[in-house]
Write a protein that binds this ligand. Structure first.
Ligand code: NAD
Ligand code: TYD
Length: 339
């Protein structure tokens, strides 16, 4: 299997790369990533040094994506602009990457005759739930944020290519992930980083919004199954079955780090803030026996420990120093690949 991973230097993509290389010793990976602010080659240490993982710095909007796609047995598409608050500030990069970039990738997959494409999407395309109910694969698409709207557009593009061009593709929609290597602008790593630094934890509104948390390892395990066994043209929901209010999560983090709840600062709510996400992922269980394995308490403790043990990674990301890494280290490594 030669698998191309778009967005493999980001949070979920890099976790997927680590897991896949360990799980499938016979597979070769090509990581294609533009290295935006969210892409960090340090997330791929030490794999980049070994022969089974090649790195290509490229924008998915570039027509040249056709070249690395040729000869690949499958593509898993993580690359996206992914942070809701940034999409509220300015949605242009979201439209460009998530919509135009995905269409460019679809066209290139068609031209290259790629035999399988897994498009990694989000439960946010379904919009917001009230106090009751779960999102199923049949729930209507009602995206509320510009981020979610661009992801919904990309999902529909993938399904249209399946229908029209018989592109062998499928879509997954997962709930909120947490775990190592998550960029500390997202809720859980931001709260951990602030708490570790003894700084205020900004909780939007009253902290009563609910998210369904799934550990990134469980998401990656589901993607592995779907990549190998998922049916073309299908949508598969992935969730953790773990609904938590934001305030509860912030308090758990403070408790685990021995910090005072007085660090919590309620701040102005996010415009259009979705109240609640919760996922029905029975289809994945029924078809493939997949179930989330990581309990939230344990997963959160492990995640906090990871950020504590990887303070340098966190400092580099928070100070912006990780951006120098490509220049300093990769140019040397590129020579290694060429040999
Ligand atoms: P991330 O922001 O951490 O990583 C995104 C990666 O894509 C980065 O490495 C970035 O450099 C790369 N990228 C961005 N624009 C690109 C472009 N134009 N060309 C090539 N590469 C580009 O995101 P993440 O949290 O790892 O999410 C990965 C995917 O999973 C996204 O598609 C997201 O919508 C989806 N998803 C995320 C979550 C979550 O909780 N984080 C949940 C469900 C689905
Ligand atoms: P986030 O990690 O941005 O994921 P998403 O908005 O895609 O679900 O946010 C998770 C929840 O945490 C969401 O309800 C917004 C809230 N939140 C805060 O309260 N404070 C923050 O600083 C951030 C980034 C998010």
């Amino acid at each position: 299997m030669k698998l191309l991973v778009t967005g493999g230097a980001g949070f979920i993509g890099s976790n997927f790369v680590h897991r896949t290389l360990a799980k499938h010793p016979e597979w070769k990976l090509v990581v294609l990533d533009k290295l935006t602010y969210a892409g960090n080659l340090k997330n791929l240490e030490p794999e980049l040094g070994e022969g089974r993982c090649e790195f290509v710095q490229m924008d998915i909007c570039d027509r040249a994506v056709l070249d690395p796609l040729r000869g690949c047995d499958a593509v898993i598409h993580f690359a996206a602009e992914s942070h809701v608050d940034r999409s509220i500030e300015d949605a242009s990069a979201f439209v460009r990457t998530n919509v135009d970039g995905t269409y460019n990738l679809l066209q290139a997959c068609r031209e290259a005759g790629v035999p399988r494409l897994v498009h990694v999407s989000t439960d946010e395309v379904y919009g917001s739930l009230g106090d009751e109910g779960l999102f199923s694969e049949e729930s209507p698409l009602q995206p509320n944020s510009p981020y979610a709207a661009t992801k919904a557009a990309s999902d529909l593009g993938v399904l249209a290519y399946v229908h029209t061009h018989k592109l062998p593709a499928l879509v997954t929609r997962c709930s909120n992930n947490y775990g190592p290597y998550q960029f500390p602008e997202k809720f859980i790593p931001l709260m951990i980083a602030q708490a570790m630094a003894g700084e205020r934890l900004p909780v939007y509104g009253k902290g009563s919004n609910v998210r369904d948390w799934v550990h990134v390892d469980d998401h990656c395990a589901a993607l592995d199954v779907v990549l190998q066994q998922g049916r073309e043209g299908e949508v598969y929901n992935i969730g953790g079955g773990c609904e938590m209010r934001n305030l509860e999560v912030a308090k758990l983090i403070l408790k685990a780090l021995g910090k005072s709840e007085s660090l919590i600062q309620f701040v102005t709510d996010r415009p259009g803030h979705d109240l609640r996400y919760a996922i029905n992922c029975e289809k994945l269980g029924r078809e493939f026996g997949w179930q989330p394995q990581v309990q939230f308490d344990q997963g959160l403790a492990d995640t906090i420990a990871w950020y504590r043990d990887n303070q340098q990674w966190l400092n580099d990301v928070r100070s912006g120093q990780y951006r120098d890494y490509f220049q300093k280290h990769y140019v040397q490594r590129e020579k290694t690949f060429a040999q």
